[in-house]
Design a protein around this ligand. Structure first.
Ligand SMILES: Nc1ncnc2c1ncn2[C@@H]1O[C@H](COP(=O)(O)OP(=O)(O)OP(=O)(O)O)[C@@H](O)[C@H]1O
Ligand SMILES: N[C@@H](CCO)C(=O)O
Length: 295
């Protein structure tokens, strides 16, 4: 059977570790079948081919262990989401691996699938943050109310956006290590205001207002040393007509909302190039979540 596991934008402005948007592309593809032993083949972007080290197989093995099922499998991973991109690359593989096992065993419990996928995320970045695996599984725009007792609020939204991917890497582990333990109360209140208003605008389908609310005081200011080009690229996007811009997850990818997404994407790529960084842009839309075919 085959699983298509989508890229995602975590945080989505003010929603650190809570908001997530599923994208229609790119996707990781996992071809999976039961077998006598556990084998893994990888093609595409360079990720470990050792089943004990690849997030997809780690999550698959974690679900088998949770279900107390002793079975082998052959997994082929077509790695199409660039690792350390900010597009939820490890989160997609984690959901793909867990969902492949769940599908073969007829498991529908999303709590279990997410728990297994978090084992993969923890192996990748040292932290079990759910705002990539949850939108990758549920699709749409997700608000992660709680993780360990899974409670998700999903908004079925439909819009296009532009994503810009520079040829640099930002590891999630590093990006989380620079965050403070405590933040000023005023900043917490500002983010609460932005996040609440953003959800209201999203439910109204008011993308211009959503764009205006894509700000963050909790993490982006502390991550600036890892993304020194952020302000310049954001300014270029706004000057080319973007409603709003932010970092995708912990970066380096960025995304923008607006009318002329091609022009916005080109302006952002030019801004990266003025910093000596090659970049590419692509236009995509909100995705419907991971898909399984064939059993
Ligand atoms: N299937 C996989 N997909 C992606 N990363 C993997 C996979 N298996 C193992 N890894 C490793 O996990 C680490 C992923 O690091 P990190 O979490 O920073 O990236 P990411 O999830 O790809 O990033 P992002 O969420 O920013 O897209 C890398 O060292 C990568 O080699
Ligand atoms: N919420 C996570 C997303 C990582 O992709 C972070 O910002 O660290």
């Amino acid at each position: 059977m085959k699983v298509l596991a989508p890229a995602t934008i975590a945080n989505f402005g003010p929603g650190f570790d809570v908001f997530g948007l599923c994208l229609a592309k790119p996707v990781d593809v996992i071809v999976f079948k039961e077998s006598d032993e556990v084998t893994l083949e990888v093609e595409g972007f360079d990720v470990p081919s050792d089943p004990e080290k690849n997030v997809a197989s780690i999550s698959a093995l974690a679900l088998l262990k949770m279900l107390n099922v002793e079975v082998g499998f052959n997994m082929k991973l077509k790695k199409r989401i660039r690792p350390k991109s900010g597009l939820g690359s490890s989160g997609a593989s984690a959901i793909g691996g867990a969902l492949a096992v769940a599908n073969v065993l007829g498991v529908r419990d999303k709590n279990l699938i997410i728990k297994a996928a978090l084992e993969g995320e923890k192996a990748a970045s040292g932290s079990a943050h759910g705002d990539n695996v949850v939108p990758a599984l549920f699709g749409g725009f997700t608000i992660l109310k709680s993780l360990h007792y899974l409670e998700v609020f999903k908004l079925d939204v439909d819009f296009e956006l532009v994503v810009v991917l520079p040829e640099v890497e930002v590891s999630t582990r590093k990006a989380r290590s620079v965050l403070p333990r405590d933040i000023p109360l005023g900043d917490a209140v500002k983010n609460l205001a932005l996040a609440s208003a953003l959800i209201s605008a999203l439910k109204e389908g008011d993308l211009e207002t959503v764009g205006r609310l894509l700000d963050d005081y909790l993490v982006i200011p502390y991550r600036k040393p890892l993304i020194p080009w952020f302000d310049k690229v954001r300014k270029a996007a706004l000057e080319s007509g973007a409603y709003g811009v932010s970092l995708s997850g912990s970066g380096p990818a960025m995304f923008a909302l607006g009318e002329d997404l091609r022009n916005i994407g080109k302006s952002m790529v030019e801004a990266f190039e003025s910093e000596g960084i090659r970049a590419e842009y692509f236009i995509t839309k909100v995705g419907g979540g991971a898909k399984c075919s064939g059993v």
